[in-house]
Design a protein around this ligand. Structure first.
Ligand code: ATP
Length: 305
């Protein structure tokens, strides 16, 4: 009986470890919910990023046949430019990020990075050129050091420490008894939303991609933590083409261009002041948030919204 028990127990352990690893990978791509159906075209070439220009040209997309989600969406983010994407819940903001990562192919139109149709590129090279700071950062059950460095295992300790410093993590790490060797995740130290986001920022800094996607990057923070994160983010974004999906409009006032989506269509596009003057959806959302609903996500559009 004991002999039988030990191997079964061991198998249970192995099963849990494998399952956990798979869940970690799954969660890592939560932004994206990776469907397996996109495959590289025969002869697909590697992206050689130049400035990181992103263009959506008349992009339409539906997850299923019944319900169009994006309808002829067009915009250009010049190399190093900052685009903020705003709009009511369900408007299709995260879908734009998923398509840019090519987790799905567009139904019509075209997405180009540095002039290349992303369907002609290998997915590996496309994703290698992009960094993401997601809504909810996944931590591995490992040390802080591993969690920052895992995207670039060849990184030197100096580079890892520098990324942590730029992500405003250093003081926090120094305050831990075991510093970088502190175990985090479900079986270790639990980090706050802001600390996790700073780890995501440090990962991106270490990866150093020309393109950056921020998915509601300051969603779970108090305003002190938010200021610190925003500072770190603006340093990360400084040299990079950045697409920021924003729920709180106050965080994107300085964007070069703001894309306002409603039910999958671009209804307005421009800078903050111009959109306010235009008095359309953006101005309504802005005034509503200023009136007190600043903390919550933008409500879904539709009758009465
Ligand atoms: P929020 O601000 O609430 O995050 P969003 O503007 O980012 O919303 P998306 O996540 O892009 O909206 O979703 C747009 C629409 O597509 C929603 O109605 C959503 O229900 C639907 N959708 C999203 N992911 C899928 C999926 N994997 N399969 C089917 N429908 C989906």
């Amino acid at each position: 009986m004991i002999q039988l028990f030990i191997p079964l127990n061991f198998l249970g352990f192995v099963y849990r470890e494998i399952r956990e690893a798979l869940i970690n990978i799954e969660r890592l791509f939560r932004l994206t919910e990776v469907p397996p159906r996109v495959v590289d075209r025969p002869g697909a070439k590697a992206l050689r990023p130049r400035g990181g220009e992103v263009r959506f040209e008349g992009v339409s997309f539906a997850y299923g046949p019944q319900r169009p989600i994006l309808k002829e969406v067009s915009f250009t983010v010049p190399p190093g430019g900052k685009l903020a994407i705003v709009g009511p819940s369900g408007a299709g903001k995260s879908t734009i990020a998923r398509l840019l990562f090519r987790f799905y192919d567009v139904d019509a139109g075209c997405i180009r990075v540095d002039g290349e149709d992303i369907r002609d590129l290998t997915q590996d090279s496309l994703r290698a050129a992009m960094g993401v700071v997601p809504q909810d950062t996944v931590l591995f059950n490992d040390t802080i050091y591993y969690n920052i460095a895992y995207g670039r295992p060849d990184a030197t300790p100096e580079a890892v420490h520098r990324a942590a410093r730029l992500a405003h993590l250093e003081g926090f790490i120094q305050s831990l008894p075991e510093g970088y060797d502190t175990l985090v995740g479900e079986r270790g130290l639990k980090l706050s939303g802001g600390e996790k986001q700073r780890i995501a920022i440090a990962r991106v800094l270490l990866k150093d991609p020309p393109l950056l996607v921020l998915d509601e990057a300051t969603s779970s923070l108090d305003s002190q933590a938010e200021r610190s994160i925003l500072e770190a983010l603006s340093e990360v974004a400084a040299q990079r083409t950045t697409l920021a999906i924003a729920h709180r409009l106050s965080t994107i006032r300085d964007a070069d261009n703001i894309l306002v989506l409603e039910q999958g269509r671009v209804v307005e596009q421009g800078r903050h002041e111009d959109l306010l003057t235009a008095g359309g959806l953006y101005a309504r959302l802005w005034h509503r948030q200023q009136a007190g609903a600043e903390e919550g996500p933008l409500p879904a559009s539709g009758p009465g919204a």
